[in-house]
Design a protein around this ligand. Structure first.
Ligand code: ADP
Ligand code: ADP
Length: 224
């Protein structure tokens, strides 16, 4: 379980990017964070990922206080909009990257890469060049790479942001089914209401650094 307790982040003297934000994400739960530009969504992800320090409050994952724990030791997987795949590596090389970093041996890595590529629907793409893939395929590779080290928590920042609407609508349904099958705990940031409501078990709406609303998709949707 992820737990934020009264997390505050300030930039300089004036900007309060997050103000006393408290949030829990249960194991296996998918939470989507919505809100206008500048409302603190990216800062929230960055604090949990270890890319930004909090000025006050605590972040706990599976009961462990993450203060001072470096990003790569947090057990958090990241999938960004600009998926940042390594263009000089093939698909399998991209997915394997995190595994080798975590000390997996060659045979273990190969088996896990094959398993992940099947999971994301690209079973035969291991040797393809990343540059030759479509945008949707690249997002699938980024997802496989993020899931490879079996993170306790997967964080997604506008995961389908650069894809056209038809593809997004299909992929979001796939993502939800996949996360539920794997028991993935996920925290996703998006601008897109449709995407949030299709993906999330619970939606959190941010405004000016605070959580303005939170609840199940239908509950939040129906409120004025
Ligand atoms: P969102 O992701 O919802 O667009 P952000 O978390 O990026 O919002 O930003 C929240 C607020 O914090 C905004 O006012 C933004 O300008 C400010 N901010 C974010 N990062 C920095 C930074 N590194 N330095 C100064 N201000 C920042
Ligand atoms: P995005 O829309 O992808 O969140 P932003 O333009 O908000 O991108 O932020 C890009 C980078 O600049 C981030 O690292 C963010 O923390 C930083 N940033 C955002 N707002 C400010 C700001 N007002 N001053 C300085 N850095 C900022």
């Amino acid at each position: 379980m992820l737990q934020l307790e009264d997390v505050t982040v300030r930039f300089g003297g004036h900007t309060t990017a997050l103000e006393g934000v408290s949030l829990r994400v249960a194991d296996g739960e998918i939470v989507c964070v919505l809100g206008p530009s500048g409302s603190g969504k990216s800062t929230l992800l960055r604090v949990v990922a270890g890319l930004q320090d909090a000025d006050a409050g605590r972040v706990l994952l599976a009961g462990r206080d993450l203060a001072g724990v470096p990003a790569h030791k947090r057990g958090v997987g990241l999938m960004f909009q600009d998926h940042q795949l390594f263009p000089q590596r093939d698909v399998a090389g991209n997915v394997a990257f995190g595994l080798r970093m975590h000390g997996s041996g060659r045979a273990e890595t190969e088996g896990r890469v094959a398993e992940l590529l099947r999971l994301v629907g690209l079973p035969d793409a291991g040797h393809r060049a990343v540059a030759a893939l479509s945008g949707g395929e690249q997002q699938r590779v980024a997802l496989a790479r993020a899931l490879a080290p079996r993170p306790r928590l997967l964080m997604l920042d506008e995961p389908l942001g650069q894809l056209d609407r038809g593809l997004r609508e299909r992929l979001v349904v796939e993502l939800r089914a996949l996360f539920h099958r794997l028991g993935t705990t996920a925290l996703a940031v998006t601008h897109d209401h449709g995407e949030a409501f299709a993906l999330a078990d619970r939606v959190v709406i941010m405004r000016e650094g605070r959580i303005a609303q939170a609840g199940g998709p239908l509950e939040v949707w129906q409120r004025p």
